[in-house]
Design a protein around this ligand. Structure first.
Ligand code: HDE
Length: 718
């Protein structure tokens, strides 16, 4: 039999080979019970007479219904909504100078990975387009065991100590009395908590920015958040921060658009990831590291152990060390995406933790949560979680144990089993924690070096373009505007005034409130009852970096110009210009974009030269918010296009969301709003008219405009 591409992938991917052992395919097989008995009738239960009661004896019915009754498991307590894919990671050059991690040594080796993206607050069936942080978890199936990099698409976190995590999550989840709102932070309990915890302010700035509404899971950065350690063969340690940089650039949608996508297609991100992989447009990220010598630990204006701080790239540049390619969709959502169990404590020799108190708490939580979610300490045996490294120990038994451990010995030391399994020396790959010196008193306390809650929030805000600042202001107006309690809104204005006064004034204006003259001191309410309040008062430390381009999506280098895999709607009706359709289609597909023909009805339409064009979606199904750009070919369809409500709405929305609009003729816009903006012949506002461009450059101008992604200048000044 000829190998398919998937078979070839599997042949070189050890994890795929491993998963193949558990795959089951009913094609050309009889239907059986779980016990292997061939089933003769799967349609009728066993009854006492045709119209009589069902019989308890019907073991086929009982087995089927019982299994169905128990199909559900608890969803993740956070990050319940997720989508995942398989792929591989490859390092560009050996990192042996810094780390002995096996998968970071040899550029010829592809390490299998399984990567899951998620929203945080919503439940499993919630919308992909919630304003939220996105989880970015990568499981590397290395030859030394599984390594999990369980990060987010934002480089900082709300809180500094794991002990506040249950409070944060209780506050953001739907309110407990009425379970509202779903997958949204715009409600009183979230902002009540936030307004009493100044340490959240830096992350709040990120979450109010467009980072929280990505265009695609393939177009977001990822961050390890905590400072970790690299440890080399000589046992030298360097601090390290992890970054994932997407090849397609970091892009967002507009907030109005996000809300509409949630209604039109709440699986928007999931579908986008799935289709890109099915179409062979494999998403790719580069792994970057910021490496800091141990000796420099105290050289910064913040504490490296504080997860509410990032290391500006101006102080420590990001070195790109490898790439991750996702090239295979899961076969089964439940078996893989749902059952995968990530844990920041799954590490390999060469990588180690720091004393970041948030990370330390996570090291406990992730195994603990799997015990209730997956139901047994044997969750490591589930195929997607199983390591490809040899695995032997004296752990035994428990619910659903798969492994059949042979022999009488399940303890160490032993003589009856020849001392096996052996402990490994460090030279043999045995893991030893980095021997950091700790000399301290036991305290329930926090370091004063964690007290600057505002400087990096200001750094983030100051690093944004005016457009991005406007989006943050509007996001705050939206979120705080939904609150029922004015005192919380006012308290938030007090905290925002510590970040930037113009920001605060504009948010206050939107809320119809006055900025408090002498705001309540930004006291950290989340401190112990006996705490020295003075010590916990937020402090501002002068910062050496005042603005950082890497923090802005529009300024940073990650704003890629490629249009590969972008979606373009061709609005057509009977009589559309066939030659134009073909020219634009060919040009866009050459750049890797996808096009969809949208018309009044499904089937096909007749174009101006009498030929038929297949319709992909009707106006009933399609919507501007599901596309990146829109093109309206000329021909004999102008009358319909000018007067059809669906077309007018499509163009108006594309305009509102700052997308590229291209048309052969400008009279197509005679009934759309804002026609005044259509004067441009150069396309500088993203509206490109063929008849006003020399023919040759029309498709080029359209593609170049799409490469700019959005024309935010169209938005109104705040
Ligand atoms: Fe998590 N987090 N987390 N988290 N987290 C979970 O583990 C937790 C934190 C992150 O795709 C849970 O298996 C605590 C930071 C991701 O399956 C749970 C604290 C970061 C995912 C848990 C944090 C993350 C989780 C829920 C504060 C970014 C999804 C289900 C100390 C660096 C993983 C599960 C996936 C999931 C606990 C904070 C990222 C309950 C206690 C900071 C991407 O164990």
């Amino acid at each position: 039999m000829k190998n398919t591409k998937k078979d070839l992938d599997d042949a070189e991917n050890r994890k795929q080979q491993d998963l193949n052992l558990n795959k089951s395919d009913g094609t050309e097989h009889f239907m059986t019970t779980d016990q292997g008995l061939k089933i003769n009738d799967d349609t009728n239960s066993l009854k006492a007479g045709e119209r009589g009661p069902s019989l308890l004896e019907d073991f086929i019915l009982r087995e089927k219904i019982t299994h169905f009754d128990h199909e559900r498991i608890p969803e993740r307590i956070v990050h319940a909504r997720g989508s995942a894919a398989h792929g591989y990671f490859q390092v560009y050059e050996s990192m042996e100078k810094y780390t002995k991690a096996g998968f970071l040594q040899d550029p010829s080796i592809k390490t299998p990975v399984f990567t899951r993206f998620s929203t945080v607050a919503g439940s499993r069936g919630s919308t992909d387009l919630a304003r939220d942080i996105r989880g970015f978890s990568v499981k590397f199936y290395t030859e030394q065991g599984n390594y999990d990099l369980v990060g987010n698409n934002v480089p900082v976190f709300f809180i500094q100590d794991a002990i506040k995590f249950p409070d944060l999550i209780h506050a953001v989840k739907p309110e407990p009395n009425n379970e509202m709102p779903q997958a949204a932070s715009a409600h009183d309990t979230f902002w009540d908590f936030i307004s009493l915890m100044p340490e959240t302010m830096h992350t709040i700035m990120w979450v109010m920015s467009d980072r929280a509404i990505p265009r695609s899971l393939r177009m977001m950065e990822g961050f390890g958040v905590h400072t970790f350690r690299f440890v080399n063969k000589e046992n030298e340690s360097h601090f390290v921060k992890f970054h994932w940089k997407p090849k397609l650039g970091t892009h967002a949608v507009a907030w109005d658009e996000a809300q509409k996508i949630s209604g039109k297609n709440s699986d928007f991100h999931r579908q986008d990831l799935w289709e890109a992989i099915e179409n062979g447009q494999f998403p790719e990220w580069e792994l970057g590291v910021q490496i800091i010598p141990d000796a420099d630990e105290h050289k910064f204006d913040f504490d490296l152990l504080d997860p509410t701080k990032l290391v500006p790239e101006e102080l420590v540049p990001v070195t790109i060390i490898g790439k991750m390619v996702l090239n295979r969709n899961p076969d089964n959502f439940f078996a893989e995406t749902e059952q995968v169990a990530f844990h920041p404590g799954h590490i390999v020799p060469g990588i180690d933790f720091t004393n970041d108190p948030l990370l330390q708490g996570r090291l406990f939580s992730y195994t603990d949560t799997q015990l209730s979610r997956l139901g047994s300490p044997n969750f490591h045996e589930i195929p997607i979680n199983r390591t490809i490294a040899p695995m032997h120990n004296n752990q035994r038994d428990g619910h659903m144990r798969q492994e059949i451990n042979v022999g009488r010995v399940s303890y160490h030391p032993n003589s009856l089993g020849g001392g096996c399994p052996f402990q490994a020396k460090i030279e043999e790959g045995g893991f030893a924690s980095f021997n950091e010196r700790i000399d301290a008193q036991k305290v329930r306390d926090r370091s004063e070096s964690f007290s600057d809650h505002f400087s990096q929030a200001t750094l983030f805000y100051n690093s944004q373009t005016q457009i991005e600042k406007n989006h943050i202001i509007n996001a705050l107006r939206f979120e705080l505007g939904k609150l029922e309690t004015t005192a919380i809104q006012t308290r938030m204005l007090g905290l925002l005034s510590q970040i930037d006064t113009t920001l605060t004034d504009k948010v206050a204006k939107g809320l119809g409130l006055k900025v408090p003259k002498s705001p309540e001191k930004p006291m950290n309410h989340g401190v112990g009852a006996n705490a020295d309040k003075q010590k916990y008062e937020p402090k501002k430390v002068p910062q050496s970096v005042k603005s950082s381009d890497a923090l802005s999506m529009l300024k940073s280098k990650t704003l890629s110009k490629t249009i590969a895999s972008r979606q373009v709607a061709f609005l057509c009706s009977e009589g559309a210009d066939r030659a134009s359709i073909n020219a634009m289609k060919t040009a866009l597909e050459k750049e890797g974009a996808s096009i969809k023909i949208i018309a009044p009805h499904l089937g096909s339409i007749k174009t101006d030269d009498g030929s038929e064009v297949k319709v992909d979606q009707s106006f009933l199904i399609a919507s501007s918010v599901l596309f990146d750009a829109v093109y309206i070919p000329g021909g004999k369809n102008a009358k319909f296009m000018n007067s059809n409500d669906a077309v007018i709405e499509f163009i108006n929305e594309a305009y509102k969301h700052c997308k590229v609009i291209g048309a052969d003729e400008s009279d197509i816009f005679s009934n759309t709003k804002r026609t005044d903006k259509l004067d441009s012949t150069e396309g500088e506002n993203g509206i490109i008219i063929n008849s006003k461009n020399p023919d040759k450059t029309f498709t080029t101008s359209f593609i170049e405009a799409m490469g700019k992604h959005r024309f935010w200048d169209r938005e109104e000044e705040l």
